[in-house]
Every structure is written in C-alpha cells, then in structure tokens.
Ligand binder design. Structure first.
Ligand code: ATP
Ligand code: MG
Length: 494
C-alpha cells in the first residue's frame, strides 16, 4: 500500500440499523495533522460514523483505512491500540469514581508494582490547569456538573498518546472561556501532529478551528471544502438543503404580571438569589460553568433543598419540596442532562413523552392508550423528531433528537412556568430555529420561560432580560436593549 497524506480513508461506508439507513455510501478522507470538521443536521449520521471508526459498530458495507492499515474487523480495543481516541457526545464516566480515577482508569502510572498516585495527581493537576477549569482531582464524578464532567472526558481522551482524536460535540456544555481554552489545547495537539475530527453544531467554532469541513445529510456524503473557501450561509445550505431565515424569530409579546418570584434562595451552592419572572417573559440566566445556574433551577424545581428563601407563584407563597410539587404547581424543568434526568433510554419515544404527564391522562392508574397516542403524535410533530416510529427506543435516537424528545415531554405537561436548561444543546441550526419559534409561541400563549444557556448569542437573541450569576449569586440584570457579550462577561467574571 502506498503511504500517503491521509490518516483516515472512508470508502463507501454504509450502516443499516433496523428500519434506518444511518449511513449510505459515505467516502471521504481526513489528512494527517488537519482539523477536519464534520457537520450535518440531527440524525445525519455523524455519531454513527464515529462509532464505526472507534469500533463500536461494524459497517454494513464499505471499508476504511487508518494510518495505511485496513480496519476490516475493527473493535474498540483495536481502534484504541491503533491510536484513535474519542470524546463521545454522551458521557461515559464512572460516576462513583473520582476525577483522577476516571482519567487514569486502565492506564495507571506504576512505581514498580505500586500505583504511582503522586505522579498521577501531579500530572492530573497540570492537565486541569491547562484547561483552566477549577476541578478537584479527588472529587467524585457524580458530584460534578455536566460541564465539569465534560472537562474530565476531554482530559481523559487527550491524556492518551493518540494519533487521531475524535471530538463529538465537545463544547456543547462549555461556555466561551472554557471553549477558548479547549481550542488552545486542540491547537497544541495539532502542532504535535495529532489529526482531529471535530463535530459541532456551533458553526462559528467550525470556522474558527477547522482546516476542512465535510457535510453529511440524511446519511449521505454531500461535500468536503476548505473552510476558508466557504461561508456560514453556504454550509447551512449544504446541511439542510435549503436556506433558513434569520437566526432569531421576531417577538412582540406583552410582558404581564409577575408569575414566579424567587426570594433569597440560599443553600450550599446558592447565595441569597432573588428573581422575578413575568407572564409572557423570557428571562435569560447567564454565567460561567459552576456559577450556580443549574443549581438555582434545581432549587426552584424542588430537586435540591434550600436552607432559606421563599417562592411566590402568582402572588401566593407556595412550598415546593420536590419536583412532584413543582409540576403540580405548573413549573417544569427541562434539564441539561438528558441522559440521567431527562430521558428513559430503554423506553420508547411515546413512553418518554407521556411519562411526565401521566397524571393528566391516567384514570385510576391506567394510561389511556388513545390519549397517549394523540399526545405523542402532536408533540412529535411540533418538535419534528426524526425517528422511524413512535416506539423507537430513546437510546437509539441521535443526540439532537433525544433532546427534542425531552422538550416534547415537557410540552405535554401544560406547565405555565418552564425552566429550560441549555435547551438547544446538541441541536442543529435548523432545529434550533424551530425551538426558538416554539419558545416564542409558548410565551405568546401566556407562559413564562427561564432560560439557562451558555451560548451568549442565543441568550441575547431570545431574552427580554438577562440575569448574570457568579459564585452562586446573582450579580446583575441586563435588559434586552443594553445587553452585549461584553456586558455579560463583565458581570460573570471576577
Ligand atoms: N443503535 C441504533 N439503532 C437504531 N437506529 C440508530 C442507532 N444508532 C443511531 N440510529 C439512527 O441512525 C441515524 C443517525 O444517527 P446519528 O446518531 O449518527 O446522528 P447524528 O448525525 O450524530 O445526529 P446528532 O447531531 O443529533 O447527534 C438516526 O436516525 C438514528 O436514530
Ligand atoms: Mg450525534
């Protein structure tokens, strides 16, 4: 075989799942030392392609070559041994082990026959500092936020001696600063000769770091371009096959009376947090990773307890001690962690959508099948979920479509106050626009939305007001007309 410039060559790769042709005759190459972006709508086949390269799936047809070797019977062990490492879209950490143990699992440093804990610790601290995220190597992973867990995933993947690094939406839970730090690391890796395949729905990132970009659509290869030779508009057109309108829909919903008043919420993570959400309002919650945004949402929803604070709903003081209480008062929380909180992975889409809503449709404990079907159908359509049947298992949906199921589930509950925690995480550009439209429709119906997002353009584009959090406290409020990325950052950083 001729030694050439390509680290990976994909030749006519096809992957068929029952009922779905996830990849259909895909061929392209990744060159040595390049950062190659892979983009496409939710369900386009990106993660499936990655799983073939990592040996998690065998292709139904086609072949591929890594570093001039044919990879016919690839397995995870073979892929790893060949120098391929991956940061998966869905986390794969062991929650009851520490950060350090997760990072070094299976590759512990040894001093003679003993584990060299000190060396691992020092090495770990150094890597954490490189990313610039405060993280304790001895913390249990289950106590970390999603973003912190993602940082552990990243450190874990890049602490291996890899030739080829695949990143499936690594920045989805990260904010601007951490993303910058990650990019600096990615650049260093490229300079060391590591080739990178980079999947992201954030197209600005694609333009920032990639050398070339490949587009998949409906499981088929569309085009590979030099990134400098293309534009955002063109890329979107190749991805969705049509032009989409402006990023944020216009909205002129009148803002009404206060609906939700949170006063002095305090617990181990929160310091005296107060906010007022009005009828018809979209209130944004900004802050860096670890600022306490998710913690505040969880406290309002009754998922975490508070040591002090009161909550008023439509003027009445209410006591919310559990998510069940919150739902009965018409407050819904759409979590950022769809895997552990939002979705039942081994259940169908229909079951997931109906689950949060059982109370409304069950008669003496039995769910009316007819009602279940009608709710599923209407929400399925609103969210434009891509699946071959209503009963397709949640775990077999693409990442973005899982997120849509989580949203659909909450739409079915008829809550008046909706807390969205990173609602568009992992969602493609076209579907993002649909979710924004949906949020606009919801407030127009008189509902109120508290939106947490790490994507500043989205917060600025959608919110009437933005609260900025830092160290568990609310540091300031910005109104729509005044808000800029700089003004948010100023409040969000020390
Ligand atoms: N194990 C599986 N069983 C059945 N269908 C599957 C399985 N894995 C993936 N699919 C289907 O294959 C298609 C491609 O999914 P894939 O996860 O590769 O999309 P993606 O491009 O990564 O999307 P996203 O941007 O939403 O992450 C989807 O229709 C998905 O439902
Ligand atoms: Mg995916």
């Amino acid at each position: 075989m001729v030694v050439n410039d390509n680290i990976v060559e994909l030749r006519h790769i096809t992957k068929r799942f029952p009922g779905v042709l996830a990849l259909d005759d895909v061929s392209f190459e990744v060159r040595r030392g390049e950062i190659h972006a892979l983009v496409g709508e939710n369900g386009a086949g990106k993660s499936t392609l990655i799983k073939i390269i990592t040996g998690a799936h065998l292709p139904t047809a086609g072949e591929w070559i890594f570093n001039n070797q044919k990879m016919n019977e690839c397995s995870p062990a073979i892929s790893k041994a060949a120098g391929i490492s991956v940061i998966y879209q869905e986390m794969n950490l062991m929650p009851h082990l520490t950060v350090l143990e997760n990072i070094y699992f299976g590759k512990e440093a040894k001093h003679g026959v003993f584990l060299d804990k000190k060396r691992m610790f020092v090495d770990c601290i150094q890597r954490i500092e490189e990313l610039g995220v405060p993280l304790n190597p001895n913390a249990l992973v289950c106590n970390l936020s999603i973003a912190e867990q993602q940082v552990v995933e990243i450190i874990k993947a890049i602490s291996e001696d890899s030739k080829f690094l695949i990143m499936d939406e690594p920045t989805a839970p990260l904010t601007g600063t951490e993303t910058e730090n990650l990019f600096a690391i990615v650049d260093k890796l490229r300079n060391k000769g590591v080739s990178i395949l980079y999947i992201s729905h954030r197209l600005d990132e694609v333009f920032k770091i990639s050398d070339r970009v490949t587009v998949l659509r409906d499981g088929r290869y569309v085009i590979t371009m030099n990134t400098v030779d293309t534009t955002r508009q063109l890329l979107i057109k190749y991805m969705v096959g049509r032009e989409i309108g402006q990023d944020y829909p216009k909205r002129e919903t009148p803002i009404g009376q206060p609906v939700l008043e949170v006063m002095g919420y305090t617990n181990s993570m929160l310091k005296d947090c107060s906010l007022t959400l009005h009828k018809g309002e979209i209130l944004g919650l900004a802050g860096l990773v670890g600022a306490g945004r998710t913690e505040l949402a969880r406290a309002i929803f009754g998922a975490d307890s508070i040591t002090r604070g009161t909550l008023r709903l439509n003027g009445d003081t209410v006591n919310i001690r559990s998510p069940k209480d919150a739902i009965s008062f018409g407050i819904g929380l759409i979590t950022e962690d769809r895997k552990s909180e939002g979705l039942l992975l081994n259940k169908g889409i229909d079951f997931n959508i109906v689950y949060a809503n059982l109370r409304n449709i069950s008669k003496a404990g039995f769910v009316s099948k007819k009602k279940e079907i009608s709710i599923t159908q209407s929400n399925f359509e609103t969210m434009n979920i891509k699946a071959y049947s209503y009963s397709q298992l949640a775990k077999t949906l693409s990442g973005g479509n899982q997120q849509k199921v989580v949203l659909a589930k909450w739409l079915a509950t008829h809550c008046d106050v909706l807390i969205f925690d990173e609602p568009t995480r992992g969602i493609d550009v076209g579907a993002k626009r649909e979710i924004y439209q949906l949020m606009c429709d919801l407030v127009l119906e008189g509902k109120s939305i508290l939106m947490i997002s790490s994507e500043m353009p989205e917060l600025i584009g959608m919110s009437d007001r933005i609260l900025v959090m830092r160290n568990g406290a609310i540091k300031g409020t910005l109104i729509r007309e005044q808000v800029t990325q700089e003004s948010i950052l100023e409040l969000a950083t020390e």
